[in-house]
Write a protein that binds this ligand. Sequence first.
Ligand code: COA
Length: 329
Amino acid sequence: MTATITSISHYLPPDIYPNSYFEKYLDTSDEWIVARTGISERRFIKDGATSDMIVPAAKKCLEKRGLKPKDIDCIIVASVTPDHMFPSTACVVQNKLGAENAWGYDISAACSGFLFALVTAAKLVESGAAKHLLLCGADKMSSIVNFEDRAQAVLFGDGAGVCLIEKSDDPEMGILDSILHIDGSGGPYLNQVAGGSYRPASIETVNNKEHYIYQDGQAVFKAAVVGMADVSLEIMQKNNLTADDIAWLVPHQANLRIITATANRMGLDKEKVMININKYGNTTAGTIPICMSEWLNVGKIHKGDRLVLSSFGAGFTWGSVLLRWNMNE
Ligand code: COA
């Protein structure tokens, strides 16, 4: 028995911030940002929290599947920008949707959050513990980005992707395999130092800007290029797949150069790689479901297509999921 995605939708805030927005007050340029990251613009939500991006995407997702909020029996939210440290954003979403029969919880795995949550969701559905599981990957990165630091301000965006995970009617389809990793020795290179129990928020932590993202860009870049490329190749080899067998690589969108290195390692043409980093930047847990939702909307994913989903993020966390698309267009 396998679990599968039966509906998917996304939400992106309407307000667009092109690279020229940063040129006005930071020592940066459109040329540098495009050449080093592949990003041209991103979206930031003006009012509202992460749950306010999840809820409209979730409503659309349910509507497409013909389900009501009360049909949902479990909600998982992957995010590093939850509405609050507690209660979980899953609780907030449950209440806003009126999903009165659901339980749920949040998962924190940074840019790998959606993949880790997808694998967990699939296991819950396969075991019969959940039937109609609402899986949300969403981040309001603008709430933790230091907009005075040119090395991070330009990289991130806000957005949400939501899908339904249900039992697959065909055991050869759906979420077929996964390889996931964590390595906590990578923690010092990408983190949010303060605000947790290690360093509770104080005037000092705010003055030191420790409530923002800290990133050693080069160290993360080097680890991401190797980690994402290796694990993507490994899942292909483990399943005896060649590049011809794969319809789409769905990579986490952190840097176009990391995506290209991964595709090259897999021997995939760029026509088989979902890329929207140019429009949205890095929306952390949102990138992978937003890609799949966009590509489905324009009829570019077909029933039976093999997709390799791959990510790398803070932790370090990284992994790949192999899935075979089991939705009619
Ligand atoms: N505009 C202009 N110059 C910038 C800049 C910007 N927005 N950001 C950084 N620079 C400068 C640096 O200050 C540095 O200047 P210096 O040589 O005078 O010190 C120079 O550009 C090179 O910086 P470096 O960090 O070596 O650049 P890079 O090629 O590694 O690109 C990142 C920087 C952040 C784009 C890149 O390292 C990256 O993408 N890292 C991974 C990020 C990531 O994936 N994070 C999320 C986890 S999934």
